[in-house]
Write a protein that binds this ligand. Structure first.
Ligand SMILES: C[S@@+](CC[C@H](N)C(=O)[O-])C[C@H]1O[C@@H](n2cnc3c(N)ncnc32)[C@H](O)[C@@H]1O
Length: 140
């Protein structure tokens, strides 16, 4: 199976060339595996609305949509409460757009951004998360 066919089976509708996948490594985690990993997270963590989750190479958002599904169906979160706990970064803008679509939030959204997840976005001098600045910079 081509890697793009695999991605179609795991929630993405974006057509990716073999060349692109070779560069980005976009081969996404199947939802059955996502759920089996998420279901290992302690119940206290899932219930704690102060705790947040980030996928710093989120692809089309499989882990984020899995978390969203569990938070809203098993842990009594509203849509807003679940979204407020989720963050995602990916190098590819279309992946972020697809993540937003799947999470039913508008794009652009400050929690789901195109960027380099290997960069430390926390600025110790201001104590601020610089993701918003990165996201607002039109050159990105
Ligand atoms: C193997 S996929 C995993 C996606 C998702 N976490 C999953 O498990 O389904 C890797 C993703 O990381 C993205 N990526 C690669 N390097 C990155 C970087 N430095 N910063 C952010 N995203 C990156 C790619 O675009 C791709 O979508």
């Amino acid at each position: 199976m081509s890697k793009n066919k695999h991605n179609e089976k795991v929630g993405s509708t974006i057509e990716r060339s073999d060349e692109r996948i070779k560069v980005t490594g976009e081969v996404f985690t199947p939802m059955w595996l996502v759920y089996s990993i998420i279901d290992e997270i302690p119940v206290e963590v899932m219930n704690d609305k102060e705790k947040t989750f980030i996928d710093n190479s989120c692809g089309c958002g499989n882990f984020l949509t899995g978390l969203y599904e569990r938070l809203t169906t098993k842990f009594d979160h509203t849509h807003e409460q679940a979204i407020s706990r989720l963050y995602g970064i990916d190098l590819m803008q279309d992946n972020i757009e697809e993540t937003c679509r799947r999470l039913n939030v508008s794009y652009p959204h400050p929690h789901f951004i195109k960027g380099d997840g290997l960069i430390n976005h926390f600025d110790p001098s201001t104590q601020l998360n610089t993701l918003d600045n990165y996201y607002n910079d039109s050159t990105n």
